[in-house]
Design a protein around this ligand. Structure first.
Ligand SMILES: [Zn+2]
Length: 85
């Protein structure tokens, strides 16, 4: 981009660690890259406050860390569970 003024196409080369490896080269459109960069810029002030421990993080309740540190606070309703069928 510095030399030509044009943004080059962006690709991700990915392979799984399964016994029968699956692999792809995935092209990411510039519009998605621009949107992701915009989201990072929007979220950066909060991330900086979190790193400085000026703000408490919000648990997602789905990642490995949240599962490892989960504390039951009471029963949930059956409709709170999301089924993947
Ligand atoms: Zn989490």
């Amino acid at each position: 981009e510095i030399l030509t003024g044009d943004k080059l196409p962006f690709f991700i080369a990915a392979a799984t660690k399964e016994e029968a490896t699956d692999f792809e080269v995935i092209r990411i459109p510039q519009t998605k890259l621009d949107a992701a960069l915009s989201a990072v810029k929007t979220n950066l002030p909060r991330i900086q406050r979190l790193k400085a421990k000026q703000e408490e993080p919000t648990a997602c309740e789905t990642c490995e860390y949240c599962r490892q540190t989960k504390v039951l606070s009471g029963p949930i309703w059956e409709h709170d569970i999301i089924f993947d069928i």
